[in-house]
Write a protein that binds this ligand. Structure first.
Ligand code: S3P
Length: 440
């Protein structure tokens, strides 16, 4: 079978990938471990006492940035087959020799800042060109209120955290952000007193589950989380469930074809992430959940997805936009093929992700001939449109590269994606597996 993908050329830093249209999308697979959970397990395992064994850890570059930062802080990391072992420092990090390089990973920079804020040392965080543009003020404020000092460069990285003995705070999260919540929880773990955090929108709760798994006590009352300070962590053995945000690309591909069939094993089904399945169902997908297991508070299940009837449009706004923030680019990319169109609002945060994801989605949809209206906090994409293959600029943003590879499956003619290698930030296997599942 000829490949639907051609790696046509490589120049310094920009790999071009051609994606041809498909007739259907069928197959069965198990996704690499969830990126968000992998980050948290890497960091907490590095802090805990003992050796944690992490199976199905994310293959994405981002969680590996977290692991290498933990190594710089003195943790030991070994890989044997599919198991990554992390021997932690029992609560006290070493002073790193150089900068903590977070690569493209905002999660690493923001969450680890919370963890080192309570250590007595000075930690300089750097990242790539994209991460250096992203807002860090959001973590500086609460961490400084707790007693740390943080130097930023115009609100961005390079960022230096001067760790200090911390004092608990009561924090009202001004934006819906699991990374900010986690930075405060991780600092609260080391602070004197009980730190509490109120969040108006319930963001992903992997940190809460991970902290409990490593032995910390944490309570939730309505929208307020509380963590007692000066708690010690103990190593765990864990299998990371498959990544729902990576699954989103293939779930949307399955929605594009009436006779599609997709089975995903051991997929993370945490309710704060599984909102996507409700959206897939609302857009015309039939989802069968075949079995569900639970470990360390995280659920995993096997799901089978087909399309029943027409591909329907949807409106995503309010809390739903925050909960689906990583999935919005691919939902937007398939929007022109829906009956009724897609409206996305209240998603201004998309503008400060790895790229300005509103601007890039709009630009790339137009490059494929779509009509789209841009809003400051989202977009409207009318339905029942035919797209032609186009030239896509990923902006070196992994989710943009993958979202438009999915749009390409239903376009007329071939689509060329520049900067396709960005996919490896979260999902290095993406283009190979897309090739395996696309039927021509
Ligand atoms: C993440 C939270 C989200 C998300 C990111 C991963 C996490 O970011 O976009 O990909 O693991 O906590 P925000 O916290 O900035 O919303």
């Amino acid at each position: 079978m000829a490949s639907v993908l051609h790696d046509t050329h490589s120049t310094a830093g920009s790999k071009t990938q051609v994606v041809l249209p498909a007739k259907s999308f069928r197959g069965s697979l198990m996704l690499p471990g969830d990126k968000s959970i992998s980050h948290r397990y890497a960091m907490l395992a590095g802090m805990a006492e003992g050796t944690s064994r992490l199976t199905n850890f994310s293959t994405g570059a981002d969680p590996h940035s977290s692991l290498s930062c933990m190594v710089s802080l003195g943790a030991k990391v070994e890989t044997a087959g599919s198991v990554i072992s992390v021997t932690g420092l029992g609560g006290k990090f070493e002073q790193p020799n150089g900068d903590l390089d977070c690569g493209n990973s905002g999660s690493t920079m923001r969450m680890l800042a919370g963890l080192v804020a309570g250590q007595e040392g000075t930690y300089r965080f750097v990242g790539d060109a994209s991460l250096t543009m992203r807002p860090m003020e959001r973590i500086r404020k609460p961490l400084e209120l707790m007693g740390a000092r943080i130097d930023l460069t115009d609100g961005h990285a390079p960022m230096t955290v001067h760790g200090r003995p911390l004092t608990a705070i009561d924090f009202e999260a001004p934006i819906a952000s699991a990374q900010v919540k986690t930075a405060v929880l991780f600092a609260g773990l080391q602070a004197k007193g009980v730190t509490s955090i109120a969040e108006k929108v319930r963001t992903r709760d992997h940190s809460e589950h991970a902290l409990r798994a490593f032995g910390a006590e944490l309570t939730r009352e309505n929208d307020r989380l509380s963590i007692e300070g000066v708690q010690r962590l103990k190593a765990i053995d864990a299998t990371v469930p498959g990544d729902m945000s990576s699954a989103a690309f293939f779930l949307c591909a399955a929605l594009l074809f009436e006779d599609s069939n997709l089975v995903l094993d051991a997929l993370g089904m945490n309710p704060t992430r599984a909102t996507l399945l409700d959206v897939i169902a609302a857009m015309g997908g039939t989802i069968k959940i075949l079995d569900v297991t639970e470990q360390h508070g995280e659920m995993a299940g096997t799901i089978q997805v087909n399309r029943s009837g027409k591909l329907k449009g949807i409106e995503i706004a309010g809390a739903l936009a925050a909960q689906l923030i990583d999935e919005l680019p691919v939902i937007a990319a398939i929007a022109p093929y829906t009956e009724g169109g897609v409206t996305i609002r209240d998603a201004k945060e998309l503008r400060v992700k790895e790229s300005d994801r509103i601007a890039l989605v709009v630009k790339n949809l137009r490059a494929m001939g779509a009509e789209v209206t841009e809003h400051e906090d989202g977009m409207y994409i009318p339905g029942s449109q035919r797209l032609r293959g186009g030239v896509i600029d990923s902006g070196m943003d992994h989710r943009i590269a993958m979202a438009f590879a999915i749009a390409a499956l239903r376009a007329d003619g071939e689509t060329t994606i520049h900067g396709a290698e960005a996919a490896s930030i979260s999902f290095p296997e993406f283009f190979t597996w897309l090739d395996d599942l696309a039927v021509r």
